[in-house]
Design a protein around this ligand. Sequence first.
Ligand code: LLP
Length: 439
Amino acid sequence: MHLTGTMQINGAGHLEIGGVDVVELANSYGTPLWVIDEQGFRRNCRDFREAFARKGNSLVLYASKALTSLAIIRIVAEEGLGLDVVSGGELYTALQAGFPAQHIYFHGNNKSVDEITRAVDNSVGRIVVDNFYELSLLSDLCRAKNYTQDILLRITPGIEAHTHEFIQTGQIDSKFGFTLPDGQALEGVKKALNSPNINLAGLHCHIGSQIFEMESFRQAAALMMDFVIEIHNKLGHQFDEIDMGGGFGIYYSAGDEPTYADDWADAVMSTVAKKARQANINIPRVIVEPGRAIVGPAGVTIYSIGSWKEVANVRKYLAVDGGMADNIRPALYDATYTAILGNKANIPPQELVSIAGKCCESGDMLIWDINLPAAEAGDLLVVFATGAYNYTMSSNYNRLPRPAMILVNDGNSDLIIKRETYADLISHDLIPARLNPSR
Ligand code: LLP
């Protein structure tokens, strides 16, 4: 069992999070239920902010694609992090939550004119420009508004991080950014430096997600700094900041060995500082953008167990009341998770089962082969580390209403995202008049 943050087993033998018993949560709010441990989430924000601050001039942005909602963004603002957004919707959520626009970095490989306009009109801190088309668009738009926008250029350094190929992004054959090895990045920098109403503050890269090897980050930081130095030598331009993206891996299941924020900070910051010193240039401010590492471990999902099925000599399936609609990651990335029975948390495991979702697809499996105590209908399966990329990638497949999300802290629980209702599911449906039977 891998308990993080405030999770513990209470005297009743139940899992408790934020001082609240999961049985109580399930009774009050129903299942499936996403639960966020506020203190665990805040601690992870602080760990990253402080670890990088100890090593020098830095800024930690929370990658809101991992989990965003008004309450979540409020907490991030309180913890003094900046924010990474990648769409008009994420930007809108941040602004509605009152997040300071100057601390927002806007990413994306195909930002629309409307999204760029909103970002500029709201004075976001940086737009991370991904390609030549966007650079021209932004420059023209800013010129028309007589406004100068600070930007970073997204660089594709050509690093293949060891992670699932769907979440690798630093390799050359990628839809993101200006490619470094073939000279496109240098052209991008020249163009940006010559673009009216654009201030090129620095460079950005992101090599992938759920990465454990510090070496990948060291290599990426070294390559980026070599480029920073090349620009300094060739063009006489000194960058203020270098953004190394996110991607720090977390514990999902046996074999995952996450690195502490301090070690990440050391790997990235010391590489940058060393290169800068060797070349006798100013050390740029270092930015990182963790999403998963901050919110992933702070979230769990509580499901109710319903039906079960035994395939003789093969396996036993236990089915829960959610699945790929609230957690697509196992189906999409072969992601693995651990879980316990939250209401039988101190009973030793006694059977090997596999956890199925309730969607109409054989691929809707949450966990293959997990040891659990003997389970019955009504028991609560608590899946760990579901804080990141579960809610934000959820769907209404099979017209399942999305679960509610609860924030727990110090014995209290607060609803932060309401459970969808059946009425919500049809609230955007329209019937053309010609299909109206009374016509
Ligand atoms: N910065 C940029 C530019 C990114 O593209 C991402 C993630 C992050 C930061 C945050 O990465 P993190 O620290 O959370 O690993 N849906 C996938 C993950 C996709 C990540 C996309 N970009 C999953 O569920 O594993």
